[in-house]
Design a protein around this ligand. Structure first.
Ligand code: CMC
Length: 391
């Protein structure tokens, strides 16, 4: 073996070659398969972007229709999964529930681990694209004590997600175009982000030839953390806390800068973006539009804008190149949609699903070796065993 060097947090270590997402953190550029995130958010819908990420090219109408049909075909979840869902207390965090249910899907779909032929891979992809939104919706409905629903499969993919989440028994749910478009955009913006913590997790778990669903379950667990996807929940809780406290943003800025205080400004900073997060730019505009269109006045949006303006002109944040990230404004839109705060990170997972799938598939197709980093041992040298009475 060669010389092992340590790179905590893998700040400068590449783990793979990838043809999926291009990211330039200095210039704030993000592209999926060569298409700019700005253009995709504007012109594509989420299912098209999912197809693009997973299969490498934008689908023709025929390919898209087939993908949609095949996903619908696979969207039924074994009824016994409800028993597992039932066993969770209502207080359970939805990310833990979702991770468990996603892993459990393997038991109900054992053939999903066969991905050696392109056809098997395609079927496994359609299965999870179909069943995952159902698990998301059920997780939320269970928490709210609402009967489980499959929504209306004649609707579009994103439209039916809202339907599955919000439809009431004996009532035709009419989702507004504003919400469908906003959710479409949010999901696209979250769909992939190269080798972040959860994606690296999905790839490394899959590198042991673990099945897709179990690998995704690990990715969901990684995403849960407040430094990663969990930040969107943490942002809203922080903004609420600032509001409750009387709205003094300066006080919280001071806390964030105090090195003896563990508090960080949630939704600020990024490992790779050092100028701006292009996703945050788009989401900020979308937040204004959605709230405007819905006629919602949310004082928390004003606090968020105030905080961002202060941070952008504050020496501490400027010096460390800390800017609002994707999670800073997304929660404000989710809240306007009526999504409970504990579900925010689940919505992130829903968006990231195609990215995780694409990265996992790429790793398998390229026959990457099992992920197995090295270490530098800093423990005791060889010593004699001490019998228990002598310790
Ligand atoms: N508030 C206050 N100080 C910060 C913050 C923040 N949000 N983020 C970084 N810093 C400081 C940090 O204390 C350090 O200061 P110093 O050089 O004096 O020790 C410096 O900036 C560099 O930070 P780091 O922790 O070494 O940077 P990192 O690349 O390891 O961490 C991060 C990146 C995103 C985890 C971090 O910025 C953070 O914790 N942000 C808040 C959580 C958040 O919003 N996460 C969502 C990220 S975007 C979506 C996603 O990935 O899911």
């Amino acid at each position: 073996g060669g010389v092992t060097t340590i790179d905590p947090g893998y700040k400068n270590t590449g783990s793979c070659e990838s043809a999926i997402t291009f990211l330039n953190g200095e210039e704030g550029i993000l592209r999926y398969r060569g298409y700019s995130i700005e253009e995709l958010a504007e012109k594509a819908d989420f299912l098209e972007v999912a197809y693009l990420l997973i299969f490498g090219e934008l689908p023709t109408q025929q390919q898209l229709d087939k993908f949609n049909e095949d996903i619908k075909e696979q969207s039924v979840v074994d009824d016994d999964v409800k028993k597992i869902l039932d066993a969770f207390p209502k207080s359970a965090h939805p990310m833990g529930v979702l991770s468990s249910l996603t892993s459990a899907l393997t038991a109900f779909n054992p053939s999903s681990v066969n991905v050696d032929s392109e056809e098997d891979m395609y079927n496994t992809v359609c299965k999870i694209m179909g069943k995952f939104p159902v698990l998301v919706a059920w997780t939320m409905r269970k928490k709210k004590g609402m009967p489980l629903s499959y929504g209306d499969s004649s609707l579009g993919y994103v439209e039916n997600i809202l339907n599955m989440m919000f439809s009431k028994p004996n009532e035709t749910y009419k989702q507004s175009d504003i919400l469908v478009n906003a959710l479409d955009k949010l999901l696209i913006l979250h769909a992939d982000h190269e080798q972040n913590c959860s994606t690296s997790t999905v790839r490394i778990v899959g590198s042991a030839h673990t099945g897709l669903f179990a690998s995704l379950s690990s990715g969901i667990s990684a995403l849960w953390g407040p430094l990663h996807g969990g930040a969107n929940q943490a942002v809203l809780e922080m903004l609420e806390a600032i509001k409750e406290d009387g709205g003094d943003t300066k006080k919280f800025m001071a806390k964030a800068k105090d090195k003896n205080d563990p508090f960080r400004l949630m939704g600020f900073g990024h490992r790779v973006y050092k100028n701006f997060d292009p996703r945050a730019k788009i989401i900020k505009v979308a937040a204004d539009e959605v709230l405007g269109d819905l006629g919602v006045e949310d004082p928390v949006l004003d606090i968020a804008k105030g905080l961002a303006a202060e941070a952008l002109s504050d020496e501490y944040f400027v010096k460390r190149k800390l800017y609002p990230n994707v999670d800073f404004y997304s929660g404000i839109i989710y809240r306007a949609m009526g999504i409970p705060v504990e579900m925010f990170t689940v919505m992130f997972a829903l968006g990231r699903l195609p990215g995780w799938i694409a990265q996992w598939k790429e790793m398998r197709n390229r026959k990457e070796p099992i992920g197995r980093p090295r270490q530098i041992y800093i423990g005791e040298n060889l010593r004699d065993f001490k019998s228990i009475e002598n310790r």
